[in-house]
Design a protein around this ligand. Structure first.
Ligand code: ADP
Length: 605
């Protein structure tokens, strides 16, 4: 059983007070009785001496054995005078006379020679003792004095006995008073000890309540005290502790928030594992990469989160070998490529950061690398073809064909065409690199879409007519103009129309249309070139904007294409903060969409 501090203090104080009061009561009783007894003895002694003196002449006159009746009468007389029982005892202890015993009973009284007061009277000249009377059951005070006996060297004894019933009654009254007084005092002390206990425990209880509130998270709670004693010092120490705790928690929360903000803002994916491979932290970027945003993956093992053999091998290696490592993996859901850096964080126990995996998305980088490699291969190939042709025909001319004017003319025509083609490729490449390096500044003028379409159509019109194509323009009123560089936009549209004419069999239909495309508060315009030509397979559509990418290489070359036209289109459109893509046309053909920023209504021309 656990007692509260208040109960302990109350009981302790009460016990001390009760023991103190009981001892005091006992001492008071004892000393009062002793005092009263001393007074009674003092009072009894002269009466005993007087009785002895009164008895002495009788003893001198006759031998005691012969005058027993006289002695008995004298004892009775002395008893009345002294107010006490009088016993006359022979030197051998036999009783000669006793005022409390009838004459015929005296002889039957026991020998008193060994009674303590008698023995002490013989030894010291006076003997007192207190005993319970066998006759009355009351306490009796006996006082014995030696008295000379004729014919005997040893004296006899005269003994006075006084009942202490009055003293006992007084002591009983005193005891009753003491019990009442001490009881009252105990009650007072109980009350005081309760007050004391309350005084001591109240601040403690208040402190306990405040500490409980702090434990429950109310860190601003403090103990209010002005006391300077131990309890006051304890309270201020607890307050200091709470201050430090609050500061530490604040610090930890700030660190946590900063860390979380860092993890959240990071473009790289981050996963922190403990020594058992359990995920402790995973940042939003990685959740997006794994397509698991919104799921709480913490607490699961890394192989549950990413079911990827190479990654699990990587993590296992770091966990077992405790050294940094890295690897490149491709994640299935997104098909993206990641460079994973696995670093040892040092923690060895459960829930301690042991390994940090950082995922860099290198998909774009790898694609660019591939494009660069393809570009080098393509450009060499594209340049080599006309060059080989030029070299070949020059050699043939040198070897004698120059002598035949007819052959020489034909070969020189081919050489001229191939060098023009080389020139065309180099011009397109130069233009692309100019745009890429930011050397081309695009104007931001309002450009009428109709004027744009008409200028562009004029360029391809002759060829289109030759092929028997119909060319139409359909531009609604509300999308009449865009913001941009008119000459560059004419180049874009001409390129698209030129391709449409090239890749549409005779008697096809080519249309230039436009529509509004509101997007996130910005007003954009979609300018579209649609044809009924051979179309582009869906898988090739995203790639036709790459340099030298051609769906049908031989056909493109035959038609005089460099494979750079759509790349230039894409660069110019993106330079206008726009976008370009290709869709399929039904039942056949392609639809190229150029999205450009529209002009504000009042700037429309
Ligand atoms: P090219 O000079 O070969 O035309 P482009 O960059 O202009 O080069 O076009 C790239 C490839 O896209 C072309 O080789 C062709 O295969 C395809 N292409 C472009 N426009 C069309 C179209 N309107 N219809 C079908 N295919 C097209």
């Amino acid at each position: 059983m656990t007692l509260s501090v208040r109960t302990k203090i109350t009981l302790g104080t009460l016990l001390v007070v009760a023991v103190g009061l009981l001892m005091t009561g006992w001492l008071v009783l004892r000393s009062s009785e002793q005092l009263a007894l001393d007074r009674i003895i003092e009072d009894l002694e002269p009466r005993a001496r007087l009785a002895r003196i009164s008895l002495e002449p009788l003893l001198k006159e006759a031998s005691p054995q012969d005058s027993l009746a006289l002695l008995q009468a004298k004892a009775l007389e002395l008893s009345v005078q002294a107010g006490a029982r009088v016993t006359i005892i022979a030197p051998n202890g036999d009783v000669y006379a006793d005022s409390a015993t009838p004459v015929d009973g005296v002889a039957r009284l026991e020998n008193h020679g060994n009674h303590p007061e008698v023995l002490r009277a013989w030894d010291t000249g006076r003997g007192t003792t207190i005993r319970l009377s066998e006759l009355t059951g009351h306490r009796l005070l006996y006082m014995a004095l030696p008295i000379a006996m004729p014919g005997s060297v040893k004296p006899g004894v005269i003994r006075l006995a006084l009942p202490l019933s009055q003293l006992d009654a007084q002591m009983a009254d005193l005891k009753k008073d003491l019990v009442l007084t001490l009881g009252f005092a105990s009650l007072c002390s109980l009350f005081l000890s309760l007050l004391l206990a309350k005084g001591v425990t109240r601040p403690l209880s208040e402190m306990a309540a405040v500490v409980r509130r702090i434990t429950d998270g109310a860190l601003d709670q403090r103990i209010q005290t002005k006391d300077q004693d131990e309890v006051g010092r304890l309270a201020s120490t607890l307050n200091q502790m709470a201050d430090q705790l609050e500061a530490r928690i604040q610090e930890v929360s700030e660190d946590r928030a900063q860390l979380r903000a860092m993890l959240t803002a990071m473009v790289e994916g981050v996963m922190v594992l403990d020594a058992r491979g359990t995920v402790l932290q995973i940042n939003p970027a990685l959740e997006r990469m794994l397509l698991t945003a919104g799921l709480d993956l913490r607490g699961r093992t890394h192989w549950e989160v990413i079911r990827h053999h190479e990654l699990n091998e990587l993590a296992r290696k770091v966990l077992e070998e405790r050294r940094n490592t890295s690897g490149e993996i491709e994640l299935a859901p997104s098909g993206r490529t990641f460079q994973v850096e696995a670093s040892v964080a040092g923690g060895q126990r459960e829930n301690e950061a042991c390994v940090v995996l950082v995922f860099h998305d290198v998909t774009a980088l790898r694609r660019l690398e591939k494009i660069r490699k393809d570009f080098v291969a393509n450009v060499s190939h594209e340049l080599r073809t006309p060059l080989t042709s030029i070299q070949g025909y020059t050699q043939v001319l040198k070897d004698g064909a120059i002598a035949s004017p007819e052959q020489a003319g034909e070969f020189l025509d081919i050489i001229l065409r191939q060098s023009e083609r080389l020139n065309l490729i180099l011009e397109d490449l130069l233009q692309l690199s100019h745009i890429e390096y930011g050397n081309v500044v695009f104007k931001q003028d309002p450009v009428s879409l109709r004027a744009l379409a008409e200028r562009s159509i004029a360029v391809v019109k002759t060829q289109a007519e030759k092929n028997g194509h119909t060319l139409t323009i359909s531009i609604p009123e509300e999308v009449s103009s865009v913001l941009g560089d008119e000459d560059r936009l004419v180049q874009v549209l001409t390129n698209l129309l030129d391709n449409a004419v090239k890749y549409t069999p005779p008697h096809g239909h080519i249309a230039v249309t436009a529509r509004l495309a509101p997007r996130g508060g910005l007003c954009m315009v979609d300018l579209m070139v649609t044809d009924t030509g051979i179309g582009i397979p869906e898988s090739d559509r995203p790639r036709v904007f790459e340099r030298f990418y051609r769906v049908d290489r031989a056909r493109s070359r035959e038609l005089g294409g460099t494979g750079l036209g759509l790349s230039i289109v894409k660069h110019i459109v993106e330079g206008h903060s726009g976008a370009v893509w290709v869709e399929g046309n039904r039942p056949t053909g392609s639809c190229f969409v150029v999205r450009l920023p529209a002009t504000a209504p009042d700037t429309t021309s």
